[in-house]
Design a binder for this molecule. Structure first.
Ligand SMILES: [Zn+2]
Length: 75
């Protein structure tokens, strides 16, 4: 979903580390190709942008759940 490639796709969990499982559980994953993943996974601007978007998506999709409690953060 970054470069449009359909070759060697992978999932990028929007929230990594201890929130990787939460990202998968709540569908906060991006379908991107391996080379974009390599470029972007440690890109602070990219991650900050998607942390904000991910939290907004979560709040919209799961209005009864508390993002801050589940992910232990507020973006
Ligand atoms: Zn790509």
């Amino acid at each position: 979903m970054i470069c449009g490639s359909t070759y060697k796709l992978t999932w990028h969990e929007i929230f990594g580390g201890k929130n990787r499982a939460n990202s998968m559980r709540y569908g906060l994953c991006l379908r991107i190709c391996l080379s974009c993943h390599k470029l972007k996974q440690n890109d602070a601007n990219f991650n900050e942008l998607w942390h904000k978007k991910g939290q907004a998506m979560f709040t919209k999709t799961y209005p009864v759940l508390d993002f801050n409690k589940i992910f232990m953060k507020n973006c």
